[in-house]
Unconditional design. Structure first.
Length: 150
């Protein structure tokens, strides 16, 4: 099976989750980057060509309200409004998922995940990411053409 040309970034404080996700996804995608600290997001999205980010909702022990994940989602989208972000949590509250989608998350995955659902979600997110990149190229080309015709 040939790997899909894509870079997936997974951020979760649980090393076991990172290992499981990486083992599942590295068979299918060219690059899977894992980090346990969301504070590395700025550096990674400025250095790497990330197609999809899978972002945990909670990082501090004893917190499960999802506020950290929502903070980082908002931050990522403020840096790159077209970044495709999938949120992930072990605490599956419908209201949290709805709020995440309203804030711009592509989807919401519950831990433990179904491998098939996880891969299908990544694939759908990649399609959106590719479409966003094509739109950006077309917008840039359109602007250049308009400037050259003026």
């Amino acid at each position: 099976m040939s790997k899909t040309k894509a870079t997936i970034l997974i951020i979760d404080d649980d090393e076991d989750v990172l290992l499981s996700a990486k083992l599942l996804l590295k068979k299918r995608y060219e690059s899977v980057i894992t980090r346990n600290n969301p504070k590395e997001i700025n550096q990674l999205i400025s250095k790497e060509s990330i197609d999809v980010i899978v972002l945990d909702m909670n990082y501090r022990i004893g917190y499960n309200d999802g506020k950290e994940g929502m903070y980082w989602l908002k931050h990522i989208l403020s840096v790159n409004a077209k970044m495709v972000v999938i949120l992930m949590t072990a605490y599956g509250e419908v209201e949290l998922a709805v709020n995440a989608i309203k804030m711009g998350a592509f989807d919401f995955i519950l831990k433990p995940w179904s491998n098939e659902k996880f891969v299908a979600t990544i694939n759908a997110a990649l399609e959106l990411s590719k479409s966003n990149k094509k739109i950006s190229i077309l917008e840039y080309t359109n602007e250049a053409l308009q400037k050259s015709s003026d």
